[in-house]
Design a binder for this molecule. Structure first.
Ligand code: ACM
Ligand code: ZN
Length: 772
């Protein structure tokens, strides 16, 4: 039995007038009445230094043509144009800044450096209306950046993207006034940069024989060779393309961990060159498993660069030498994250190195490794950046810390007077989903645009002096689950626009309400750029809540613009139907109730779908004796009788209540003495995430809610399938009659040895309790 209601939520249509809608919001914008018309052909004049002007002019000309179909030429010397560029002092004590004026005379752009001139050009683009006449409003803008470091990262190791897309990515950075592109070029699953001295790095390390299918550990292997790399000529082309857009490219060469691809090319770099590549249990592998292989699955692997061999350092210095020749960036990123010490503990050379250098543990050996590379970079006039694990065992002098495991690494480094770039997983890992209704596989986590917009890069824990060490922030885009450029864009936008404002605009100018108005215009810009952006902003948000008298479920739907209620009555459990009206206003559709209902709600940009499973407990009053853990509160006790049975596993962790080491006890009030034959408890099992099935479950009956008795017939608890993703605990049929049912679900307890999280408390994830 199923039916569908269609609900068309009309969003207020966006009025695009000659309104100033700039992202990121400039420091000062004063709009006046009046507009200046840009014709199809315009002229520009400049008094900028001749050697700098051509790249600015060429950029302006090409983008004006591409984005707005406006032809730009230079006006004859000394003749005013539609747009005139000037160099002047700015009231920013030498910090880059620009002023942009639009009057009846045209546009004039004044700045103290080329870089702010470029940013003024971006602002000008955003003053041009996207439909109708190219009338730009009279305006006075004064603007400069809040943070010096405004970065975006892209992982091209897990999935390779062509140079043409790297350039497009850089264009996106430029449109948003970012100034740094962090290019993650090497990892376990591929080495992506040509190194002339070591051609095997790309001929061998640039390719893997297959990739796991779906979320780790995967449901199979696609058995397709995947790979590619950038030649040095291409790297130079990208670096120049970025420089023309005032963007610095920081390369990342991962060490000492995430080294499987390099080791596949040169096994000698491993502590155990003869040993095979470690392949996690349950990984579907394609091709040979012998010798060293480029990884086909995701995660962290024990086979890392040997810290005991001089060969490793000679090799890395050779690589970095070629890298430094390609990238003029002051900063070189050397990774440093997620390096297991398993091999180092067993390796005689690593142990000898520790002894010789009086290093007390393998963390200090990691610190030795990073410091040695740091010295090499310093001696070449460069500075090392590493992920926050480089704090362990002591920071290298001058090292810049990229704080990713939350903010603590950044806080600690700033207090030690080291420069910091903030990239905390929550909220600036853009590989996490931005919608709760994600259909494609993502790595997990939920970083919606509101959270990104609200992010403040300077942690509260720092005083004014320490805060100066925060250079800025960056969003990271890891691509395990991002196989194509459309998905890159889908994960980026609109979050990247929100981050640009966090990094560029003053703290005082940041305003979520105002940003949302400008965002609606930004969506049109994405369309102009032909960009595949996420429409998660328009998501309908749904929540199931109990009715006042526990005889119905209320499915509450909210949109950005108005609230709707869908309200329906549970009349029958056994497939007999009844007709129910919906909606707070006029019923738009009619649907029927059966044992399962699939309901669809259509919004103008978003659809939500929910399957409801009805049973005798659905929608009833329920209490739990112990609150779930604050990390997994679900919708409280009602989660267990809300008619929603989890079907998407951990992707919808909201559909569970989670208990860490604790049992779950729930009392359901069926409202009146009720006959039933069985009770079923649904739980989730995902031992890789420490989530274990219940040890057992049991139930008791009562007619007054105070005195409970054991049922006298048919009790038997049956766990099926025991260790699968989902466990249903079901009592074999009996004949029961009661008003109250108390269900007790026993936590597994400590995680058994040999499993992830061994010795720690197991999680118990409980979903629907069904009474039939
Ligand atoms: C990281 O996400 N492993 C830096
Ligand atoms: Zn070793």
């Amino acid at each position: 039995m199923r039916s569908t209601i269609s609900l068309f939520l009309l969003l207020c249509s966006v009025i695009v007038s000659a309104q100033v809608n700039i992202i990121p919001q400039p420091v000062e914008v004063k709009q006046q009445t009046g507009v200046y018309l840009l014709k199809d052909k315009i002229t520009v004049s400049s008094v900028l230094p001749a050697h700098n002007w051509p790249r600015l002019f060429n950029y302006l000309r090409d983008e004006m043509k591409m984005q707005f179909n406006i032809s730009v030429t230079e006006s004859p010397k000394g003749v005013k144009g539609d747009i005139d560029f000037f160099m002047t002092r700015m009231p920013t004590s030498g910090k880059p800044a620009y002023q942009l004026y639009v009057t009846g005379e045209g546009v004039s752009i004044k700045s103290n450096f080329d870089e702010p001139t470029f940013h003024a050009i971006q602002t000008l683009f955003q003053l041009i209306p996207l439909s109708g006449k190219k009338e730009i409003p009279f305006v006075e803008i004064f603007d400069h950046a809040r943070f010096d470091y405004r970065g975006m990262h892209l992982d091209v190791a897990r999935h390779f993207f062509p140079v043409s897309f790297i350039k497009r990515y850089i264009d996106y950075l430029a449109y948003h006034k970012f100034n740094t592109f962090h290019w993650h070029l090497t990892d376990d699953q591929g080495w992506r940069i040509e190194i002339k001295k070591y051609p095997k790095l790309t001929s061998v390390g640039g390719w893997r024989n297959g990739t796991i299918i779906g979320r780790y550990p995967g449901t199979g292997n696609d058995r397709k060779k995947h790979g590619g790399f950038y030649t040095q000529a291409e790297v130079k082309e990208v670096v120049k393309y970025a420089a023309d857009r005032f963007i610095t490219v920081i390369p990342e060469i991962e060490m000492p961990g995430h080294a499987s691809a390099a080791i596949a090319a040169h096994p000698v770099l491993s502590c155990f060159p003869e040993g095979p590549t470690p392949i996690p249990k349950g990984t579907a592998w394609n091709g040979s498993k012998s010798g060293k292989q480029v990884q086909q699955t995701w995660g962290v692997f024990d086979d890392v660069f040997c810290a005991g061999k001089e060969t490793t350092f000679y090799f890395l210095e050779d690589v970095l030498k070629e890298v430094m020749a390609l990238f003029p960036s002051k900063y070189i990123h050397i990774g440093g994250d997620e390096c297991p010490k398993t091999n180092w503990k067993k390796c005689v050379l690593c142990q000898r190195r520790m002894k010789e250098n009086k290093l007390k543990d393998e963390h200090e050996l990691q610190s030795y490794f990073i410091q040695r590379i740091g010295k090499y970079l310093d001696s070449n006039g460069r500075t090392l950046i590493g992920w926050d694990e480089i704090l362990e065992g002591g920071l290298a002098p001058n090292a810049v810390v990229m704080s990713w495991r939350g903010e603590q690494g950044g806080i600690d480094a700033a207090k030690q007077k080291h420069k910091v770039i903030m990239t905390p997983g929550n909220p600036v890992y853009f590989d996490h989903s931005q919608t709760e209704n994600e259909d494609s596989v993502t790595i997990g986590g939920f970083n919606p645009i509101e959270k990104v917009y609200a992010y403040e890069p300077i942690p509260k824990e720092l005083n004014e002096e320490e805060a100066k060490y925060i250079m800025g922030a960056q969003a990271n885009l890891w691509t395990e689950y991002i196989k194509n450029t459309k998905k890159v864009e889908y994960m980026l936008f609109p979050r990247m626009s929100a981050l640009s404002e966090v990094l560029w605009s003053t703290k005082e100018n940041r305003n979520w309400e105002d940003f949302q108005k400008r965002l609606l215009v930004q969506f049109k810009r994405y369309e102009l750029w032909n960009t595949n952006y996420s429409k998660a902003y328009f998501d309908l948000k749904a929540k199931v809540i109990p009715s006042e008298d526990y005889d119905r479920l209320i499915w509450k739907i909210e949109s950005r613009t108005k609230e709707k209620f869908i309200d329906f009555r549970i009349i029958e459990y056994n497939g007999v139907t009844d007709t129910i009206a919906a909606f707070d206003t006029e019923p738009t559709d009619i649907f029927t109730i059966g044992s399962t209902q699939e309901i669809l709600v259509f919004g103008s940009n978003s659809t939500i779908k929910q399957k409801f499973f009805f049973n005798k407990a659905t929608g009833k009053k329920i209490t739990i004796t112990k609150e779930p853990d604050s990390k997994y509160p679900g919708d409280g006790a009602f989660t267990l009788v809300n008619g929603v049975i989890n079907e998407k596993g951990f992707d919808r962790s909201k559909e569970f209540i989670g208990f860490s080491g604790e049992d779950c006890e729930a009392i359901i009030d069926l409202g009146a003495k009720t006959d039933f034959k069985q009770v079923t408890v649904n739980t989730l099992t995902r031992t890789s995430s420490w989530i274990w099935p219940p040890k057992y479950a049991d139930f008791m009956l009562s007619d007054d809610g105070i005195n409970f008795r054991k049922p006298d017939t048919g009790i038997f608890s049956d766990i099926e399938p025991f260790m699968g993703r989902k466990t249903r605990l079901r009592w074999h049929e009996g004949s029961f009659s009661a008003r109250y049912i108390k269900v007790f679900i026993k936590n597994w307890g400590a995680i058994p040895a040999g499993n992830p999280g061994a010795g720690s408390k197991a999680w118990l994830f409980v979903d629907e309790i069904e009474v039939e």
